[in-house]
Design a protein around this ligand. Structure first.
Ligand SMILES: [Zn+2]
Ligand SMILES: [Zn+2]
Length: 253
């Protein structure tokens, strides 16, 4: 299956429908509270048609990632298709991501997300306290634009999510659009994430105008959060982002 065919159901959102998919969730394999089976059952109970287990994985995670992938591939696909994914952090301003060939091979879709900022030389990850908040949006943008050139990347996870959650800084519409335009040019799906994005409908519109692929994710770490993105697009109230999310991301691979 290709990136485009796996992500096809989500593209219905560009025509004004609310697709019943959730392509961002975590389980007890990393920092989630529920198992693969538990999350999948929640997806079925919310009548979702497809989900992506976008598990946190770094280059040293190949000792467990194969077993995780095997568990996902064992769940029944009668009611809700389950795909194997890896959420890998962006490492530097050259588009490097923290993963390895075995994990890329085992995954149906690879998501690149900014979780930390490298120092100005692009080397070690900085503590959040050492980052100038006024520069956060620019730094996150540079990291994302670089990651979009990485051919292993299928989805750009929670764009600008760290600026918002960690530094309370929101990008301008022009900055969002610049990232979306590059995603369109490189064929990478731009994720609309109900925990990090307060304006999912604006993002849908900008993706439509740019001709960008979209991915839809809830960032679920509990069964009860599965499908939050669907509820957000349907206009129901879900938290735009939480302190818990911000804390979690700061300590993650
Ligand atoms: Zn993330
Ligand atoms: Zn995540």
């Amino acid at each position: 299956m290709t990136r485009t065919s796996l992500l096809a159901p989500a593209q219905k959102v560009l025509d004004g429908a609310v697709p019943r998919v959730d392509f961002h969730m975590h389980t007890t394999w990393t920092d989630g509270h529920d198992t693969v089976v538990g999350m999948h059952q929640a997806a079925i109970s919310h009548r979702l048609e497809a989900i992506l287990f976008s598990e946190h994985a770094r280059r040293t995670s190949d000792d467990w990632f194969g077993n995780f992938a095997a568990e996902v591939r064992k769940v029944s696909t009668d009611h809700c298709r389950a795909w194997v994914g890896a959420e890998c952090k962006v490492l530097d301003f050259d588009g490097g991501i923290d993963t390895c060939e075995a994990i890329i091979k085992a995954s149906d879709l690879v998501m690149a997300s900014v979780h930390r900022f490298p120092d100005p030389n692009g080397n070690n990850m900085q503590r959040f306290a050492d980052v100038n908040p006024e520069a956060a949006v620019e730094i996150e943008m540079r990291l994302m634009l670089a990651a979009l050139d990485n051919p292993a990347v299928d989805i750009l996870g929670h764009p600008f999510g760290i600026s918002r959650s960690r530094f309370k800084k929101d990008p301008s519409e022009a900055q969002f659009r610049a990232v979306i335009e590059k995603a369109a040019a490189t064929g990478v799906a731009f994720e609309i994430n109900s925990q990090y994005h307060a304006n999912p409908c604006d993002l849908v519109r900008w993706c439509r105008e740019a001709g960008a692929l979209v991915s839809l994710g809830s960032n679920a770490h509990r069964a009860g959060e599965v499908g939050d993105i669907v509820r957000a697009l349907e206009g129901q109230s879900v938290p735009a982002w939480s302190i818990e999310t911000a804390r979690r991301e700061g300590t993650l691979p």
